[in-house]
Design a protein around this ligand. Structure first.
Ligand SMILES: [Zn+2]
Length: 248
C-alpha cells in the first residue's frame, strides 16, 4: 500500500509537471499575442510619428532652399522702390542720379580723365513707368518672353535704376560697346574694375549671377547708409548664395 502510494505520488508528480509545462506554454503564447496586439495597436502611431518627423526633415530641406528664395525677387531681380524726385539731381541734361552719389560719380569721372580714360554716362535714374516701357516694348520688339527679357533688363519695379543709385557707364572711345558684354574689353572697364570701389561703386551683375546676364556697364553706389539699406537684401542674398556654393 505504501509502495502504491509512492507510485501514485510519482505519477501525480508527472501529471503535475506536464500541467505546469502546458500552462507555461499558454502563458508564453498569451504574452506574445499581447505584445503583437500592442504592436499592431501602436503601428499607426509609429507611422504618424515617422510621417511627422519626415515632414520636419522635409521642412528643414525647404528652409535651406528658402535661404536663397526668401526674398521677393522676380526672375532674379529684387523689388526696388522709386526714389522721390527731391532726392534726384541732374548731372547731365538727360542723366539724373541720387543726390548722395552725384559727387562721388563726378569725381570718379574726373579722376579717370587724369588717367586718360573717358567715361560716358549712359543711363542713371529711370522711373518705374519708363522701366515698364523699356521692359515691355523691348520684350515684344525682340519677340522675347518675360524670363528671356529679364536676363538683360529688370521688370518694372525691380530695377536698381529706380533707386537713383545705379549708373550705366560706357567708354567714349568705344561707343559700339555701349550696353554690350564687349565693354569689359575696354580701357574704361579695366579702369573701373581697378578703381570704382574707391568711389563706392560696385558691379551689380557679375559673371556668377545665375538669373541675370553679366552687365559690365552697370554699376551701383553703396557709399551711403541709404544706399546700403536699399541694397541690403541683394548683398545678403549674394552672401548666402556664396555660403551655399561653399557647402555644395
Ligand atoms: Zn543698368
Amino acid at each position: 500500500m505504501k509502495k502504491k502510494n509512492l507510485i501514485n505520488e510519482d505519477i501525480d508528480i508527472h501529471v503535475a509537471e506536464r500541467r505546469n509545462l502546458n500552462e507555461n506554454k499558454f502563458k508564453l503564447k498569451k504574452y506574445f499575442l499581447s505584445i503583437a496586439f500592442f504592436l499592431i495597436f501602436l503601428l499607426p502611431f509609429i507611422g504618424l510619428a515617422f510621417k511627422s518627423n519626415f515632414k520636419i526633415i522635409l521642412s528643414g530641406v525647404n528652409n535651406v532652399k528658402k535661404v536663397v528664395n526668401n526674398d521677393l525677387s522676380i526672375l532674379g531681380h529684387l523689388p526696388y522702390k522709386e526714389i522721390s524726385k527731391e532726392k534726384l539731381v541732374f548731372i547731365e541734361p538727360n542723366i539724373e542720379v541720387h543726390i548722395d552719389m552725384s559727387d562721388s560719380l563726378l569725381k570718379m569721372r574726373k579722376d579717370a580723365r587724369k588717367d586718360g580714360i573717358y567715361l560716358v554716362f549712359l543711363s542713371g535714374y529711370r522711373s518705374i513707368n519708363l522701366q515698364k516701357d523699356i521692359f515691355y516694348s523691348l520684350k515684344s520688339m525682340r519677340n522675347q518672353i518675360a524670363a528671356e527679357r529679364a536676363r538683360v533688363s529688370a521688370p518694372p519695379g525691380y530695377s536698381e535704376h529706380s533707386t537713383g543709385f545705379a549708373i550705366d557707364i560706357g567708354d567714349a572711345y568705344n561707343r559700339e560697346t555701349d550696353f554690350e558684354v564687349e565693354f569689359e574689353n575696354t580701357d574704361a572697364f579695366r579702369w573701373l574694375k581697378k578703381n570704382a570701389a574707391k568711389y563706392h561703386f560696385k558691379l551689380s551683375f557679375n559673371q556668377n549671377n545665375k538669373n541675370v546676364d553679366y552687365e559690365p556697364w552697370h554699376w551701383r553706389y553703396e557709399g551711403s547708409i541709404e544706399a546700403l539699406k536699399v541694397f541690403e537684401a541683394s548683398n545678403r542674398n549674394l552672401k548666402k548664395a556664396k555660403i551655399l556654393k561653399t557647402y555644395n
